[in-house]
Ligand binder design. Structure first.
Ligand code: K7E
Ligand code: RUQ
Ligand code: CUA
Length: 664
């Protein structure tokens, strides 16, 4: 029973110390020495350069989607070039396209806590068909104010955001099952349940009785992708860290690393208590869905937002949900088991065959590899090592395939190349370690600069990885680029994994701060890309489809509605009078273009939501409450034609109560 991973206590202080210095002094010595000429010098520079060179006018082979971390967006890079193609705002307002500023998109950021236009986005996951990425949607998590969002890869836009009740810190999220039956999301913090007042007024001494975590099962419409929170499993008050799902034989299962399992006793002892182990939680999601369907689920009051962009009007609408169904694991036999894992585990990754579950313990000296077939035997033969909060704990030896010994320091995340190799990121020793899944032998290692978090192999979490490149996303940049003050560009590194030895090809700066990423061959996404919205399908209630229909109307005492159009190279109307100080003025601007890549912008001097950007065929709204009288220019902000500068106009604002009539 006692194996190396549980002899951690001795190791912890050393590892922790290393971790602390890794970010600082230890790094100063390691620049450009360890890799030597093999990784940094000119010797291989020409090879590497040609491997990542995408000639002008040519397209990249892959799209990659890197999470924005604390920045709340997703950024899209071409691989292998590392060229930034787009930033997709999700849980953040974004000046580049008006998301979160325009009236149409604001509702996307509504939550039960109000308008929350900033979140921490860690894990993008592509939608799947038969266990393979299908290029339709990208699901992402909002960590802080728990939310899951869906990005449509036809338009590269966030189209849906679902808030999660009974949850706080939505970190082990999102995990789409092999045919997007569900997107599964687990809580990081345990909290008092919504029915007990949410994160409200409950004594912290009541942790054991009152606090729970949750695993949310979000149903996904197979055609449209629309999400719906079907039910939750309310789990004991551990902290759930990361999730990944089975494939092939294990495809009915989803696995979660958990930490602070001792907290299930009392919150006050956290830190003092030194359990040697935490757990990997294995949940049979198909069985859970069956239990929920067959009436085991109960209902409780809840309060959470579901925000969606209406496909026809392109206006986001919020629906407030008031109930949620839930299951309790202690009432659902066979649904959930715990596997002992090293203290404070982080990543959990399942290999392409679905047989091996790899748990990376940040502070562990070995990487345990669990066997799914052994897990099934252990369940069948009841090889239990007691239970925890009513959930059976499986015997460690009964479920373990073996351990990768001395892989490096600070293992975090593992991906696979589909050729029998696993690659694990080592945060503390700043390297990627390649090891053989069957033999559990380390076969290669490469330094990365510095302190790698997640790594990503295109398709590396599917049953058939692409297996040509690996992207290391590093937490610390230090000396890799020209300095830019205290805040440096974040850094990703592209590594060639096609041969026996890993080869560093490219450093590319990234928009802050990637955690996980996904990548997909371009041909699965590019052909479906929408080039413009069809004007005759625009159902925005304030759209105008030809210049003759534009209007400026005082609808009530203090409200004026302007319906205008933009087309190369004029805005109509372009001179407006009769607006008064204190009016709420809505500018609904319809872009009449029916052509690819011709957005128009709209900006009004002094407006707080100063600008918006309108895609061809769409309508967007800028709201302005003028605070003083005067003449205010407006213009198009997107350089759209040779006569772009001519797309402009004036608004005259008169004092309140003035009798200047509306003219345009
Ligand atoms: Cu390891 Cu949030 Cu996936 Cu970051 S987490 S590294
Ligand atoms: S104008 S091309 Cu402001 Cu010189 Cu931009
Ligand atoms: Cu329209 Cu510039």
């Amino acid at each position: 029973m006692e194996t190396s991973i549980f002899k951690l206590k001795k190791l912890v202080p050393k590892a922790a110390l290393l971790m602390a210095v890794a970010a600082g002094t230890a790094l100063q010595g390691c620049s450009n020495t360890e890799g030597g000429s093999a990784n940094t010098a000119e010797g291989v520079a020409t090879d590497a350069a040609s491997a990542v060179y995408v000639a002008p006018g040519k397209h990249d082979e892959l799209y990659s989607f890197l999470s924005g971390g604390f920045n709340g967006q997703v950024s899209v890079y071409g691989l292998p070039s590392g060229r930034l193609l787009k930033i997709i705002p999700v849980f953040t307002q974004h000046g580049e396209n008006g998301y979160g500023y325009s009236e149409e998109s604001k509702a996307m950021l509504m939550t039960s806590h109000g308008f929350v236009p900033w979140d921490d986005l860690h894990h993008p996951k592509l939608s799947r068909t038969d266990g393979m990425t299908d290029g339709r949607w990208l699901f992402v998590n909002g960590n802080n104010t728990p939310r899951v969002a869906r990005i449509d890869l036809k338009t590269f836009e966030t189209v849906e955001i679902m808030e999660l009740p009974n949850s706080a810190g939505n970190h082990c999220s999102p995990y789409p099952t092999n045919n997007n039956e569900y997107v599964i999301a687990g809580t990081r913090f345990s909290v008092p349940l919504d029915m007990k007042g949410g994160t409200g007024d409950v004594s912290l001494d009541k942790y054991e009785e009152e606090f729970r975590g949750s695993i949310s099962f979000i149903k996904v419409d197979p055609e449209k992708g629309d999400m719906d929170l079907d039910f939750q499993i309310l789990v004991p008050g551990f902290d759930y860290d990361l999730a990944n799902g089975g494939k092939g034989p294990s495809e009915d299962w989803v696995f979660f690393t958990t930490y602070n399992s001792e907290k299930a006793g009392t919150l006050k002892e956290v830190g003092a208590s030194q359990n040697d182990r935490d757990y990997l939680a294995a949940v049979n999601w198909k069985l859970a869905a069956k239990y929920a369907k067959e009436g085991k689920a109960r209902e409780m009051p809840a309060n959470y937002y579901h925000n969606k962009i209406d496909k026809d009007s392109h206006i986001a609408k919020s629906t407030v949900k008031k109930k949620v169904r839930y299951l309790l694991p202690e009432e659902c036999p066979g649904m959930m088991y715990l596997l002992p894992a090293p203290k404070s585990p982080h990543g959990i990754d399942v290999d392409p065959s679905g047989e091996f579950m790899i748990v990376s313990g940040k502070l562990a000296s070995a990487i345990p590899v669990f066997s799914f077939s052994k897990m099934q035997d252990a369940i069948k033969n009841k090889k239990f090592d007691g239970e925890k909060n009513g959930i059976p704990v499986l015997q460690y030896e009964a479920v373990l395939k073996g351990e990768v010994k001395e892989p490096g320091l600070g293992p975090l995340h593992t991906e696979f190349d589909g050729k029998g190799n696993a690659y694990t990121s080592m945060f503390v020793s700043s390297e990627v370690v390649k090891w053989k899944l069957n033999e559990l032998q380390v076969v290669d290692r490469i330094p990365v600069y510095y302190s790698v978090g997640h790594l990503m192999i295109p398709g590396g979490d599917t049953k058939a990885p692409h297996g040509k490149y690996l992207v290391a996303m590093n937490k610390i940049t230090k000396d890799r680029y020209l300095p830019t003050g205290p805040e440096l560009a974040h850094s990703a590194q592209l590594i060639d994994i096609s041969g026996e030895k890993m080869k560093l090809l490219l450093d590319f700066p990234t928009v802050a701060e990637p955690h996980y990423a996904q990548a997909i061959p371009a041909e699965k996404v590019a052909p479906n890309s929408v080039k413009f919205y069809k004007l005759d399908e625009n159902k925005h209630p304030h759209a105008v489809k030809k210049e003759a229909d534009v209007s400026v109307v005082r609808e009530s005492k203090n409200r004026v509605r302007v319906k205008m159009t933009a087309i190369r190279s004029h805005m109509t109307p372009d001179n407006i009078e009769g607006i008064q100080v204190g009016d709420t003025v809505y500018f609904h601007v319809t872009n009449l273009e029916q052509d690819w890549d011709v957005p128009h912008g709209f900006a009004v001097m002094g407006a707080n939501n100063a600008e918006t950007l309108i895609m061809p065929g769409a309508t967007q709204t800028l709201t302005w409450v003028p605070k003083k009288a005067g003449v205010f220019p407006f213009y198009c902000t997107d350089f759209c034609s040779a006569l772009h500068q001519e797309m402009q106009g004036y608004i005259r604002v008169s004092p309140k109560g003035s009798n200047v009539p509306i003219t345009f």
